[in-house]
Design a protein around this ligand. Structure first.
Ligand code: FEO
Length: 395
């Protein structure tokens, strides 16, 4: 397995996980697989920036060996504790026990609590640097992007930023660079990644990007820890992150529902028509048949959310309930939403959905709409008008 020289003397030595289809437990579906990116910087001293997920240790070692003996590594930079980047660290440290590990104080604590090894560890803070020879690495703490230990590593001489999870995508490809892959697929994966992992961290991300831009460090290449490296126009992804972090939205609505005997589905379709006929872009998903990861990514730039459920046991159905709980954790800001649903006798689904929406901090745009048993023509007309009225509230 060959490394890829991304700059003179700097090699991608990571691993490609073509077949992974779920991530972070099962909270994220990875339809295009992923990569675990690690970078080997060969200078008077040799630094390895991050490792890979444990099962891919052999791939990492093989790629490093194609450049030089693994035992020659002097420093391992641990930008992030999470196991998809540190899993191979114990094996690397066994091969080069004199290597020094660099990371934040939270990283030191996290690595110990994962591996219970006492490696030679150098704690670093923003602005600390490590001279390798012709090149110097500078560290930038990035707490909560997306773990407390997270850190960026920057090489000024190469104008290269290695921000670990930030700016990444779960995208397995034989190509390494943004100008070599399908642009739509690349941005699609970048949006999915941001929406499902980073959405609740917008304010922290925005501040960190502004801090880094104020540091006035030139950036010609962004090499994240997942997916494709940005070299064609690295500021493209930075600008996209700033827009997402500011919660910039468009006149777009996303309808997410779950139905038992299709009454709620009939309501959803009538509402959808009302929104569409009002000139607002709308997406409709039966969450029981849809990929939650994809649905969340469609919500990132949508101003309005609409949730529907049949009533079961005086509550909403379980798949939409799980979806709303997940959405609540993403803390969407500045959106409007409302609920609809069908019931047979007691009802309860719309109230439950509205409660979760309030907890999520989403503004309830209009009172919910409910239909007993199967909607008749008049009730479907009412659903259509419900959609038209909702569309008027979207800016
Ligand atoms: Fe936070 Fe890719 O791990």
């Amino acid at each position: 397995m060959k490394p890829c020289e991304i700059k003179k003397g700097i090699y991608w030595v990571g691993a490609i996980d073509w077949n992974v289809r779920s991530f972070h437990g099962h909270t994220y579906t990875t339809k295009r697989g992923t990569t675990y990116n690690a970078y080997l910087i060969v200078d008077d001293k040799v630094a390895l920036v991050d490792t890979v997920y444990g099962p891919f240790t052999g791939e990492l070692i093989e790629r490093i060996r194609a450049v030089m003996p693994v035992e020659n590594i002097d420093y391992v930079i641990a930008n992030h504790v999470e196991t998809d980047h540190s899993g191979a660290l114990p094996a690397v440290m066994k091969l080069c026990p004199k290597a020094k590990v660099y990371g934040t104080s939270k990283c030191k604590e996290g690595l110990y609590r994962n591996y219970y090894e006492k490696w030679d560890f150098q704690e670093v803070k923003t602005g600390d640097s490590l001279k390798l020879g012709k090149r110097t690495l500078t560290f930038i703490e990035a707490p909560m992007i997306h773990w407390p230990d997270s850190m960026f590593t920057y090489c000024r001489e190469e104008e290269l930023l290695m921000p670990n999870d930030a700016f990444g995508q779960h995208y397995a490809a034989s190509e390494r660079f943004d100008d070599e892959v399908d642009q739509c697929a690349l941005m699609d994966e970048a949006v999915i990644y941001y929406a499902n992992i980073l959405w609740p961290l917008g304010q922290i991300i925005l501040k960190k990007i502004e801090d880094v831009l104020r540091m006035n460090i030139p950036i010609k290449m962004i090499a994240p820890s997942h997916g494709i490296i940005w070299r064609k126009d690295p500021m493209k992804i930075v600008k996209a992150y700033m827009s997402w972090a500011k919660n910039e939205t468009k006149r777009k609505a996303v309808i997410v529902y779950e139905t038992m005997w299709n009454s709620t589905e009939k309501m959803a379709r009538a509402i959808c028509e009302g929104i569409k006929d009002s000139g607002v872009s709308v997406k409709l998903f039966d969450i029981a048949r849809s990929d939650r990861t994809e649905v969340i990514s469609q919500m990132l730039d949508a101003q309005g959310f609409m949730f529907g459920s049949s009533t079961h046991g005086n509550d909403m159905l379980p798949t939409i309930a799980g979806f709303l709980e997940f959405l609540k954790g993403l803390k969407p800001k500045g959106r409007v939403a409302c609920a609809f649903g069908s019931y047979g006798w007691g009802g309860g689904a719309v109230n439950s959905m509205e409660s979760v929406l309030k907890e999520a901090g989403v503004n309830i745009a209009q009172p919910s709409i409910s239909v007993k048993y199967v909607p008749d023509t008049g009730e479907l007309k009412r659903c259509y008008e419900f959609g038209v009225n909702f569309a008027k509230m979207l800016k």
